[in-house]
Design a protein around this ligand. Sequence first.
Ligand SMILES: [Zn+2]
Length: 157
Amino acid sequence: MTVTKKKTKKPKKPKKPNLRKLVKKAFSLWSECARLQHDNKCEMCGIKNKEINSKGKPTVLNVHHACPRENKALRFDLHNAIVLCVNDHKYGKNSAHKGSIFFYDWFKKYRPSDYEYIFQHKDDPPVETIEQVQNAIIELELTREILLNKVDNAQGF
Ligand SMILES: [Zn+2]
């Protein structure tokens, strides 16, 4: 006869939040908010998410950091977010990654206040501790709520 021992569970310690996971969550919220803010369209060419592009494929939208995400002061800031189709983001000759001189000229022309904002805030304290990233998440979740309400109102709900 085998006696099965009842396993006694140790009381769980409250888990410390994982910074990497929080950062990932914050980036994903940042990206979602930017898309909502810009109507799910590429800011440069106006093509919509999933709309069939010139190559016959559904459009994929990316959200680009005007000032690279390595600048931790601005990495979750929506002033620093630009919604672009993959062509205007990475592959086109005037894209953010390949033709940065044209791209920055465009940004300065079409989003002048955000351009100024980035220069004013580039040396702000970094958002890097668990608590700071958690606060950024709370702020982005609120922004998302507001943006979603706006979408609902625009659709007459
Ligand atoms: Zn585009």
